[in-house]
Design a protein around this ligand. Structure first.
Ligand code: NAP
Ligand code: ZN
Length: 353
């Protein structure tokens, strides 16, 4: 065991503050990574403030962070995939049983014995939970450590590990591509990655935003059209016309307004995770045989496929790099939809603290 610097919250109402955590020394299958950058996902905030208490209650102290990019410092004797000095990345998952049907099908994210990067009982520390990426290092089983191509900007690559895979996966599943009209709702961390992928897959992309000032950015990021969703007339122009819509909104909103924009057999996939239930009108679905789906991050194989795709097409998140000392301010800005378009923590700021 060794000590590592980290930032944690002690309760749902406490700010994140500097702490010291215990990490395990790498066992046979483990990779130890010095964390260089960690993205800030809105899920970090939902969890830190226990907003999902009905579904997954938070254990405190919590060290959030599941968009991790770093350099390998040590490997266990059985590790073949990595050696010290390699670039490495870790997303939302750090362990699973590897034997259940979900794991065998490449969906470790649905394994009943899944260990999330933060907040899940830690098999290596009885009574403790896993601690995430707001830390100077992490130790992870090699099966859950991913490769990133070295041409990518590392601060911008970190958010691919959650925002990237969460938007890539449903777009692949629903065959977003050429001749498809695709909507992305909410231009935040997930949404802006959704725009980049939909564009890279060849779709016609329309962004729905509540923030008129994001219009120009949306076009720069790859959208063909931008709709300010508070304008009912603008919304009405697109009624019944979409093949696929990705909803990446973090707060309560009117889902029927978007279901009504789908064409026949169209699909709306929700990836945003607002704590309160959304009221779905049966008629919004019945009309035009519409589909309403959800999607949860992605398995390890698909995450690696996404990272390779990003490496080949030079896709990264647009990030605002911050020192970890600004983490609480960053959370407040996230709540105001004031981020362009992902915060990425430069972990050198923690080392020097
Ligand atoms: P984010 O960066 O804060 O972006 C959320 C965006 O939603 C905002 O930028 C804003 O876009 C829009 N929005 C915020 N409040 C709104 C409101 N009251 N009404 C309408 N629109 C609003 O968050 P994120 O990190 O992308 O995460 C988005 C959601 O996905 C979170 O709930 C997160 O927990 C969830 N998530 C799910 C998965 C999964 O596996 N399914 C994975 C990661 C995250 P505009 O300014 O453009 O309107
Ligand atoms: Zn996330």
């Amino acid at each position: 065991m060794y000590k590592a610097k980290a930032y944690s919250a002690a309760s749902a109402t406490s700010p994140l503050t500097r702490t010291t955590i215990t990490r395990r020394e790498p066992t046979e299958q483990d990779v130890q990574i010095e964390i260089l950058f960690c993205g800030i996902c809105h899920s970090d905030l939902h969890a830190a403030r226990n907003e999902w208490s009905e579904f997954m209650s938070t254990t405190y102290p919590i060290v959030p962070g599941h968009e991790i990019v770093g350099r390998v410092t040590k490997v266990g004797s059985a590790v073949t995939k990595f050696k010290p000095g390699d670039l490495a990345a870790v997303g939302c998952l750090v362990d699973s049983d590897g034997t259940c049907p979900e794991c065998r099908a490449g969906f470790e994210n649905f394994c009943p014995n899944l260990t999330l990067t933060f907040g899940t009982p830690d098999k290596h520390f009885l009574g403790g939970v896993t601690y995430g990426g707001y830390s100077e290092s992490v130790v992870v089983d090699q099966r859950f450590v991913l490769r990133i191509l070295s041409n990518l900007n590392l601060a911008g690559a970190a958010p691919l590990l959650c925002a990237g895979i969460t938007t890539y996966s449903p777009m692949r599943r629903w065959e977003v591509g050429k001749d498809k009209k695709v909507g992305v709702v909410g231009l935040g961390g997930l949404g802006h990655m959704g725009v980049k992928f939909a564009r890279a897959f060849g779709a016609h992309v329309v962004v729905f935003t509540t923030s008129p000032k994001k219009k120009e950015d949306a076009l720069r990021l790859g959208a063909h059209e931008v709709v300010v969703s508070r304008d009912a007339n603008e919304m009405q122009k697109h009624a019944g016309s979409f093949d696929f819509i990705l909803d990446a909104v973090s707060a309560d909103h009117d889902i029927n307004a978007y279901l009504n924009l789908l064409g026949r057999d169209g699909n709306l996939t929700i990836v945003g995770a607002p704590p309160k239930p959304l009221g779905v009108a049966a008629f919004a679905l019945i009309m035009r045989n519409r589909n309403f789906s959800g999607s949860n991050i992605g398995g390890i194989r698909e995450t690696q496929e996404m990272l390779d795709f990003c490496g080949q097409h030079n896709i990264t998140a647009d990030v605002e790099v911050i020192p970890i000392q600004k983490i609480n301010e960053a959370y407040e800005r996230l709540l105001k939809s004031d981020v362009k378009y992902r915060f990425s923590i430069d972990m050198a700021s923690l080392k020097s603290e």
